[in-house]
Design a binder for this molecule. Sequence first.
Ligand code: CP
Ligand code: NVA
Length: 310
Amino acid sequence: MKKDFISVHDITRYEFHELLDLAQEIKKDREKYRKALKNQVLAMIFEKPSLRTRMTFEVGMLELGGTAIYLSPNEIQLGKRETVEDVAHNLERWVDGIMIRTFAHDNIVRLAAASKVPVINALTDLSHPCQAMADFLTLREHKGGLSELTLAWSGDGNNVAHSLMLAAAKAGTKMAVATPKGYEPAPAIVRWAREDGRDTGFELLLTNDPREAVRGADAVYADVWTSMGQEAEKEARIKTFIPYQVNPALMALAKPGAIFMHCLPAHREEEVTASVLDSPCSVVFDQAENRLHIQKAILLTLMGKKEKHG
Ligand code: CP
Ligand code: NVA
């Protein structure tokens, strides 16, 4: 794999499946890699809030024998207190890896280019690749052969949608994305997904009709309508997105036995009703658990090769 994990687009199809397989192995035997990253330190830069990402990276490093250090939004002030490049040149002297959650995707690209140690994307305005990897692990556990499946998205064509599309392209999973007009996925991501999925069986349907997207799907995915950083648009977005709510009527159009997915945090009665989120078809906490296992696989792959402190 490359030095950094910035986008699902950057890994090969083979590496995609290797990461899923390693995560599955780690999940089966949590003791197995207890010392694999002994004495290694991960810096975790957060410019936005988090429950799952912080906990799973921190617990993941602990379970691999290393340590993680949390840097809050007030601490680094990327690009304000000092340049992104200077942050990289400082951190690389002390730590073995950097995880970052930030606004502008370009911050991660610049950090990775400047840093000698691996950089992991833990969400930007453009993408959320660790989430997508965990979600495809979850989809495989619940539904089996990824290349036989269709994943439907109803809502904003946002960071999570982007990474899921790129993962679906690698996996050969069909994807149907329904968004309101003006909220479609970024054309550059659509292009990447179509390129990456050319020989995998991947197909992408882009529509403004949630019912068209969900009809016959094996899994239905929802995310918040207002992502972190878009809070000023909240009221307008609620009005626009109401027709995209995942409720029992929409779920009824999916394949019998279809699962419901959500990266969390969720807002009941907005993007999903409690009657779906809290029902047996919902696998949202399996997704949250799998963040731990897939990120341990990513950490091991990027940081596991080096020997440190003798
Ligand atoms: N799904 C996810 O990334 O959750 P957090 O924002 O809590 O990290
Ligand atoms: N799209 C959401 C995902 C949160 C994990 C956001 O960016 O806020």
